[in-house]
Design a protein around this ligand. Structure first.
Ligand code: FES
Length: 107
């Protein structure tokens, strides 16, 4: 049960627990975290699940695949060096304590 902390654009933090194997996007939408739209349902086709991974975690996640990198060019808020599509980050036990920021807008 990894803990994840979402930091909203206004700085408020929202923590939740999520089971291993689900994506960060699924954890967020399942818990009603505002700002994760996920229009395409997790197919790496919309970029409305954009998150900015905390720098301390950026190197600890599996790197993005080509389709994710391509879609990260289409984010509503400018892409950052640690930007990811949250639907493409599958939670593992090693991600206990993951911190991601939600960008200003998703659409
Ligand atoms: Fe559409 Fe992640 S939910 S790209």
């Amino acid at each position: 049960m990894p803990d994840i902390t979402f930091i909203h654009f206004d700085g408020t933090e929202q923590g939740l627990e999520a089971p291993e194997g689900v994506s960060v996007m699924q954890a967020a939408t399942g818990a009603g975290v505002a700002g994760i739209v996920a229009e395409c349902g997790g197919s790496a086709m919309c970029a409305t699940c954009h998150v900015i991974v905390d720098e301390a975690w950026a190197d600890q996640l599996p790197p993005p695949l080509a389709n994710e990198l391509e879609m990260l060019e289409c984010t509503a808020t400018e892409r950052q060096p640690t930007s990811r599509l949250s639907c493409q980050i599958k939670l593992t036990a090693a991600m206990q304590g993951l911190v991601v920021r939600i960008p200003e807008r998703q659409q």
